[in-house]
Design a protein around this ligand. Structure first.
Ligand code: AHN
Ligand code: ZN
Length: 354
């Protein structure tokens, strides 16, 4: 009986009609023979076939390609430091738009002029790629794409006014998300995904200008977006911010504001990282609080958003790692293994969501 018709309303309907017809013609029927005939006629669905269909519906989580992500990081760095207002910034922005479009995203740009802490007018360009824009269930993924104009944490004072390459601080998060976009094009997850590249994150008050109020000087692009989202009443189930996700041997502790505003998302993401074999990168332990693009998203947009940001215990120059805001934040210090750990974790999270 295992190969017997198990679930087929059409079979049942034809069986009833035929039985009626046959009876009305005075034909004595053998139901088993009729049933068998029907299975052959209309293609009976067996238990085995149903099980196979169910299995096929199970999502296969794509493999994140770290070489592809690494190449996306390198291509940004090759434009030169993407400092707001520079030619490199303009050209890299155009390139980001074209790569997102090529991945099948609906791209929206938010362009405006914002004022830095020192009164400088900066051209701001937030770049947003939406996948399945009609889907009401959404996840927000984000990173900043601008570069810091000053290597003000460099051990050599002579470098403090040199802009950084931003291979890790900027390009790494964007590179991982461009690879996520490429994977989404190959296989859509169940939810719509928004990838936002925030501008003017890193124009915060430099260390060589102490005494100026610093807190509100960072994250100008995400503050702008949170007050004026690209679609009115924008909402997402949760958000994930990637910041400096390409350093060697990075350790991503639970960032304080993420734990405060979005503890369930922290648990979800760290659990996926551990299941995927990247527990070493994602210790399930509390870390410090960081003013970053997830803050306006939590506080103004009221979308629970976490920050995946490194906290290095034995770094000498900065808890974000030894290249942070130095001229050494270049391609020499980008590690494909870290890009893989973060990128694969993001894919595990977004493809598991129903
Ligand atoms: C502060 O240093 C206050 N926030 C760090 C945010 C940041 C800078 N992320 C990357 N660069
Ligand atoms: Zn920075």
């Amino acid at each position: 009986m295992d190969e017997m018709c198990y679930f087929c309303p059409i079979n049942k309907y034809i069986y009833m009609v035929m039985t009626k017809v046959m009876l009305s013609h005075g034909i004595k029927i053998c139901s088993y023979i009729t049933f068998s005939m029907l299975i052959i006629c209309c293609g009976g669905v067996t238990k085995k076939q149903v099980a196979e269909t169910e299995k096929a519906k199970e999502v296969v989580i794509p493999a994140f390609n770290a070489d592809s992500a690494y190449s996306y990081v390198g291509q940004q760095v090759a434009f030169g430091p993407r400092v707001p207002g520079s030619e490199a910034h303009r050209r890299c922005g155009d390139w980001l738009v074209s790569v997102l479009k090529r991945s099948g995203a609906l791209v929206t740009e938010q362009c405006d002029v914002v004022e830095a802490f020192d009164g400088t007018s900066l051209p701001m360009r937030n770049i947003i790629g939406a996948f399945q824009p009609e889907n009401r269930k959404r996840i927000l993924l984000c990173a900043h794409w601008d570069c810091r104009p000053w290597a003000d944490n460099d051990p050599d004072k002579k470098n403090h006014h040199t802009p950084v390459d931003g291979a890790n601080d900027g390009a790494s998060g964007v590179g991982v998300l461009l690879e996520v976009a490429r994977q989404i094009q190959l296989q859509q997850p169940a939810l719509g995904i928004d990838i936002i590249f925030f501008d003017v994150e890193d124009y915060g008050v430099p260390q060589f200008m102490p005494g100026i109020e610093s807190e509100g000087s960072w994250c100008l692009g995400s503050q702008y977006w949170a007050h004026m989202p690209h679609t009115p009443d924008y909402n997402a189930r949760f958000g994930i911010l990637l910041d400096m996700v390409g350093g060697p041997h990075a350790t991503f502790f639970h960032e304080g504001f993420s734990q405060h505003y979005a503890p369930a998302i922290v648990d979800k993401v760290w659990e996926k990282a551990h299941l995927a074999g990247y527990g070493k990168y994602f210790p399930k332990q509390a870390g410090g609080y960081v003013t970053d693009d997830h803050l306006p998203i939590n506080r103004i947009s009221r979308i629970p958003c976490i920050d995946i940001i490194p906290m290095m215990e034995d770094s000498e120059l900065s808890s974000f790692g030894d290249t942070w805001h130095t001229v050494n934040d270049n391609m020499e210090h980008i590690d494909r293994n870290t890009l893989k750990a973060v990128g694969q974790t993001v894919l595990e999270v977004i493809y598991s969501e129903k």
